[in-house]
Design a protein around this ligand. Structure first.
Ligand code: 4AZ
Length: 416
């Protein structure tokens, strides 16, 4: 009987053997697949922060100001050089973006603080850092764009995603998330989350009433006419994000200041600032827009964007999601012509939209932002939705409070 037993033991059913072999192969396959995926295929994002010194630049306190012409000009020059250097390099496939965060002027030049984002496979991470450093070093050594710099001053460190995003979110007018999807309101389309992080909804008794723009962690800018009817501070709340209901967050307000010369029967000086009861914590979805200098000129034809939760057409439906509409600055003279507003548009206002109509701000967008990306793609608040003859009508574009005209007024009330 023994041989019988032995033969029983050795002859496992074929299907069971096949199953076991299959099982082992499957586990091996998944393991190898995962390893390859994480070591070679998966693109991880890495962030770096750096500093270097540009010499031979005379001291100018305007370099300390984030929004000054001097800061924009020098930052743009350096950013252009960095982009060119990385795009011409061997790591151009890993390069995502680079920018100047801050300039620190001193007696012997300007220290430049930069921020970089790369994608790389895990195995190549150490090489990547060395490569970035040597590309920047060579860029500085070559005394680019007639700027003299000190390549030995270059310092580069890897930073966490959390810190990288914090750096961006603490600067005005920038977006931490880079989405290719970024790219009613009447004639608009739904906004992406984090696309317009300064957009606020001013609510009366929990209902969306007006738009507003965040200019610091405590202050908002809006239209004076939003406070025409409801003047009781406790009636108001503020929320952010893209969904109007339920609100992404709910902030109480401590105070609002309406322009002294605003009168409810006219459209002039249609500006107010709102103080939040508690400062907001800046995130990818909530942070401030830049204010232009009083002297900044935005020429007719410039591309701007108006955003809000206003009606999709005159007497139309209100959207659930924040809407964006691309419009263009219109020459005030054209906007004041007989077939348009016939002289009603003051120097302290600006027109934006299209003379043929269709794309425009509408009821409920009031107080909200009209923003312009500068040459560095940093967003500036150029207008506040104020008035217009209906929405999207031919020859009746939207009229906005011209923010540059009130730059000093905003500073006098908020210190910003
Ligand atoms: C409003 O009623 C309103 N087309 C806001 C903007 C415009 C028209 C009306 C501009 O709040």
């Amino acid at each position: 009987s023994r041989p019988v037993i032995a033969s029983q033991r050795t002859s496992l059913p074929l299907w069971m053997v096949a199953l076991m072999v299959f099982g082992v192969l499957a586990v091996l396959g998944v393991t190898i697949g995962l390893l390859v995926h994480f070591l070679a295929v998966e693109n991880n994002t890495y962030y770096y922060e750096g500093n270097f010194k540009v010499t031979d630049i005379p001291y100018n306190s305007n370099y300390e100001k984030e929004t000054s012409e001097e800061t924009t000009a020098l930052s743009k020059m350096i950013e252009t050089q960095m982009i060119d250097a990385f795009q011409a390099s061997s790591i151009h496939n890993q390069y995502v973006t680079s920018q100047v965060i801050k300039l620190f002027p001193s007696s012997d030049g300007v220290t430049v603080n930069i921020w970089l984002m790369f994608k790389s496979t895990l195995g190549k991470k150490a090489d990547l850092r060395r490569n970035i450093e040597s590309i920047l070093y060579n860029m500085l050594k070559n005394n680019y764009a007639s700027l003299t710099s000190d390549p030995s001053s270059l310092k580069l460190t890897e930073i966490s995603k959390v810190n990288a995003e914090k750096t961006i979110n603490n600067r005005c007018g920038r977006r931490a998330k880079l989405s290719s999807a970024y790219d009613r309101i009447k004639g608009g389309s739904a906004a992406q989350e984090g696309e317009w992080p300064w957009q606020a909804s001013l609510k009366v008794k929990g209902q969306h009433y007006c738009g507003a723009s965040l200019i610091s962690n405590r202050w908002l800018v809006t239209a004076a006419h939003c406070f025409k009817v409801y003047k009781n501070i406790s009636d108001w709340t503020v929320s952010f994000g893209t969904v109007v209901k339920p609100p992404y967050m709910k902030n109480k307000i401590k105070d609002f200041i309406v322009h002294e010369n605003y009168t409810p029967l006219a459209h002039h000086d249609d500006i107010a600032v709102v103080l939040l009861a508690e400062p907001v914590r800046f995130t990818n979805n909530v942070h401030s827009v830049c204010l232009p200098e009083a002297t900044q000129n935005i020429p007719p034809g410039s591309d701007v964007v108006v955003t809000g939760w206003g009606a999709l057409m005159k007497d139309g439906k209100f959207p659930e999601l924040l809407q964006k509409a691309p419009v263009k600055i219109i020459d005030t003279e054209i906007c004041n012509s007989a077939e348009s507003y016939y002289g009603l548009v003051l120097d302290t206002m600006l027109c934006a939209g299209y003379m043929e109509g269709h794309i425009d701000a509408c009821q409920g967008d009031s107080g909200g932002p009209l923003v312009h990306p500068n040459s560095r793609k940093i967003w500036f608040l150029v207008g506040i939705v104020s008035w217009g003859d209906d929405c999207g009508r031919k020859n009746k574009p939207g009229v906005y409070t011209r923010v540059t005209s009130y730059r000093a007024w905003i500073a006098s009330k908020t210190g910003i």
